[in-house]
Design a protein around this ligand. Structure first.
Ligand SMILES: Cc1cc2nc3c(=O)[nH]c(=O)nc-3n(C[C@H](O)[C@H](O)[C@H](O)COP(=O)(O)OP(=O)(O)OC[C@H]3O[C@@H](n4cnc5c(N)ncnc54)[C@H](O)[C@@H]3O)c2cc1C
Length: 457
């Protein structure tokens, strides 16, 4: 019997999984393998929230495989060594893997290819598993990647999508390939108390519910902080518990302006991936430097701490930062305004904010996180790099009656309506009754500092 290994990475699902489908071609036996890559864990990506979500995803994948007669094999260590070892134990002659455009994954893939070839095992790498359109597929005539979203989206929208693949009905795993015990989120500490549950089963249920009742209002309500009217599918996409290709097919089939706006947002994910694949250095260095001399942990330590803990004295900023701590997730409008506040109003290095987000976000993703941070810091692909989001104006526009702030900042729950956004306006006994800090910075001073720094005063 011919045997294939399917190496799962950021594609922890059974539906619409091209590597799995290809591995099963010709009724082969398969070894579904996940390797906890020591190098990835060591690089600081093993944040507790994401480890918990990963544990859920692996357990759910294993359960799905068992329903079909298989099981998941888990190993940990050096990914290349472990894949070769498993291929040897199973006497496999091919390994299937999803393409990944990140610099680290590219190097790892090269090492893996060489190591497997030396053993006479073929490596097959499959596109459109973790993206709708893979990095490098679309490029303007003048460059190796798109630096502006709108033309990218035009081309992206016209790409023909491959068909969605069903989950396999049954599979056979060869005997004698041992597995480590699957991790369990119960053994983890430091988790956000209201962290979402991971796994393909959850992801698919959420997608179905979203298409039925959420997507129609997306265009009008996606910025409504209190309404919480976005899909919350980002962690399922990050871990590949949902297929982005299937997501776009199903959203388009749902139709309407809500679906169009939603699909456009999903395209941002591919956009950032193709930028990072072409410019891997942008994970840590300015994509378009403005020669900032940012304030740092050393020069702005107290401001950074206040921002992290949600006690800057700007209620909408604090609400969003506390949502992040509590859920390991934050509303996109909150991400935008807290990132603008840190980089522009406080003039703190975007990398400090990006690191904090990566420490907590369950959807924490190098391409999306670092490049969105750069966008807000004005060092990325934004064509208006000096725009500053005023937290009070943002609060009044996107949380007009203050419900989001009251939900996350209980100290202010007694203030009615939009008054909750400016507690510093309270006087005398009313102010004394509220146990909430004064603003860490005056907005006019913060703006003047930023303009000076960018040579625009
Ligand atoms: C400073 C900052 C940091 C961010 N860090 C991350 C991150 O680490 N991981 C991450 O997935 N997203 C990140 N985003 C993008 C965005 O905020 C989240 O994808 C979104 O809030 C997730 O919620 P949702 O699934 O309900 O989104 P929806 O509004 O329902 O959108 C659907 C999907 O589209 C994609 N998407 C939406 N907006 C963006 C965007 N601006 N850029 C890229 N993809 C997008 C996501 O995959 C999302 O799940 C960041 C944004 C900012 C401003």
């Amino acid at each position: 019997m011919n045997v294939s290994v399917v190496l799962f990475t950021s594609d922890l699902r059974l539906h619409d999984h091209p590597p799995l489908r290809a591995a099963l071609d010709g009724s082969r036996e398969v070894v579904p393998l996940f390797v906890r890559d020591r190098a990835v864990d060591g690089a600081g990506f093993a944040a507790p929230n994401r480890l918990a979500f990963l544990a859920d995803c692996l357990r759910d994948l294993d359960a799905g495989l068992r329903q079909r007669g298989g099981r998941l094999v888990l190993r940990s260590g050096d990914l290349v060594e472990e894949v070769c070892r498993v291929a040897g134990e199973a006497e496999a002659d091919e390994v299937h893997l999803a393409a990944d455009g990140s610099a680290y994954a590219q190097r790892r893939e090269e090492r893996l290819r060489h190591a497997l070839e030396a053993e006479g095992v073929r490596l097959h790498v499959h596109g459109t598993v973790t993206t709708v359109v893979d990095p490098g597929v679309l490029a303007p005539g003048s460059s190796d990647h798109f630096a502006v979203f709108t033309p990218y989206f035009g081309h992206w929208s016209r790409q023909r999508l491959r068909d969605v693949l069903g989950a396999p009905r049954a599979l056979r795993v060869p005997e004698g390939v041992g597995s480590e015990e699957l991790p369990d989120r119960k053994g983890l500490s430091g988790l956000s108390p209201a962290l979402a549950e991971g796994g393909e089963t959850q992801g698919r249920a959420r997608l179905t519910a979203w298409l039925r009742s959420g997507i129609p209002a997306y265009e009008d309500r996606h910025d409504d902080l209190a309404g919480d009217a976005t899909s919350r599918l980002s962690p399922y996409l990050h871990f590949g518990a949902l297929s982005p290709v299937e997501l776009v097919h199903r959203a388009r089939a749902a139709g309407g302006p809500g679906a169009e706006a939603f699909v456009r947002q999903v395209a941002w994910r591919d956009f950032h991936r193709q930028v990072l694949a072409a410019r891997p250095g942008a994970a840590l260095a300015d994509y378009r430097t403005k020669h900032d001399r940012w304030r740092t942990e050393r020069t702005a330590g107290e401001d950074v701490e206040a921002w992290r803990e949600g006690r800057t004295g700007y209620p909408v900023v604090d609400a969003a930062m506390r949502q992040l701590l509590h859920e390991g997730w934050m509303h996109n409008r909150g991400r935008l305004l807290t990132a603008s506040f840190l980089t522009k109003t406080l003039y703190v290095d975007w990398r400090i904010g990006a690191r904090h987000f990566l420490d907590l976000l369950v959807d924490g993703d190098v391409a999306n996180n670092q490049l969105n941070w750069q966008w807000m810091a004005g060092t990325g692909t934004d064509s208006r790099p000096n725009r500053v989001l005023n937290p009070v104006t943002q609060a009044k526009r996107y949380d007009p009656d203050g419900a989001y702030v009251r939900r996350w900042v209980p100290e202010l729950a007694g203030l009615e309506g939009a008054a909750v956004h400016e507690p510093w306006r309270l006087r005398g006994l009313d102010r004394a009754a509220v146990d909430y800090p004064d603003p860490v910075v005056d907005l006019t001073d913060g703006l003047a500092r930023f303009k000076r720094a960018r040579g625009r005063d």
